[in-house]
Design a protein around this ligand. Structure first.
Ligand code: PGA
Length: 249
């Protein structure tokens, strides 16, 4: 269900980046930024998509967006449709990031509508799932992930999909899940995805950086990373890509 390359390293810039920073970033990427066996993608803010499309493609980097609305067009002030993202050259769209679930209040019902709309436009959603610290500490991790994945019931057979496991307590905190926690949780997610008939690629996310990327990418069931803070600079992003290339090469 995921793209043909097994490992994906995706940079999520969140609400960061203005034009000059983006141009400097692309200038700092190595000539072919996607090594063999690793696909590299960048999700800049909407405002940079059009400008970055050709520049990223030249470096072998695929582009995505960080959110989309589920209606195709019309009176939805401030919203962006799936076809608008395609028009800018996007292949991916991040959906269900914990910052959107927790800060904006996005729920499962809206997310399923967004998934369907993304698929209808030919986009590949990266569906983010993950538990809060209190949920992990009370032993509820698997139940939380199961309920977040339940929106993948009856997914069209040809739908493109990547899932990203991001423990909320590891996002932007400098804390990462231990290799044991990552391996165990990815095994649960893969089993659940198989049960739902969506056998897709599963990324890890949450404070991935050049120092921990090799260990995290080496965990069984991890097929790439969703990278926030460390994707803002070409040097640290490329270091993560190269660590992944070493693991998946
Ligand atoms: P982080 O963010 O790498 O800065 O922790 C990851 C994410 O939120 O996707």
């Amino acid at each position: 269900m995921s793209g043909s390359v097994r490992c994906l390293i995706a940079g999520n810039w969140k609400m960061n980046g203005v034009l000059q920073e983006a141009i400097d970033f692309v200038g700092g990427l190595q000539e072919n930024a996607s090594p063999e066996h690793v696909e590299v993608a960048l999700m800049p803010p909407f405002t940079l998509l059009h400008t970055l499309n050709a520049r990223l493609a030249e470096k072998g980097v695929v582009m995505g967006a960080q959110n989309v609305y589920y209606e195709p067009k019309g009176a939805f002030t401030g919203s962006i449709s799936p076809m608008m993202l395609r028009d800018c050259g996007c292949h991916y769209v991040i959906l269900g990031h914990s910052e959107r679930r927790d800060v904006i209040g996005e729920n499962n019902e809206q997310l399923r509508k967004k998934l369907d709309a993304a698929w209808a436009a030919g986009l590949e959603p990266i569906l983010c799932i993950g538990e809060h610290l209190s949920e992990r500490e009370s032993g509820a991790t698997n139940a939380v992930l199961k309920s977040q994945l339940a929106i993948l019931d009856s997914v069209p057979g040809n739908a493109l999909l990547t899932v990203a496991y991001e423990p909320v307590w590891a996002i932007g905190t400098g804390k990462t899940a231990s290799p044991e926690q990552v391996t165990e949780t990815h095994a649960f997610i893969h089993d659940e995805l198989k049960r739902l008939g969506c056998d897709c690629r599963v990324l890890y996310g949450g404070s991935v950086n050049p120092s921990n990327a090799a260990e995290l990418m080496g965990c069984v069931g991890v097929e790439g990373a969703l990278v926030g803070g460390a994707s803002l600079k070409a040097v640290s992003f490329m270091a993560i890509v190269n660590a992944a290339a070493h693991e998946f090469g």
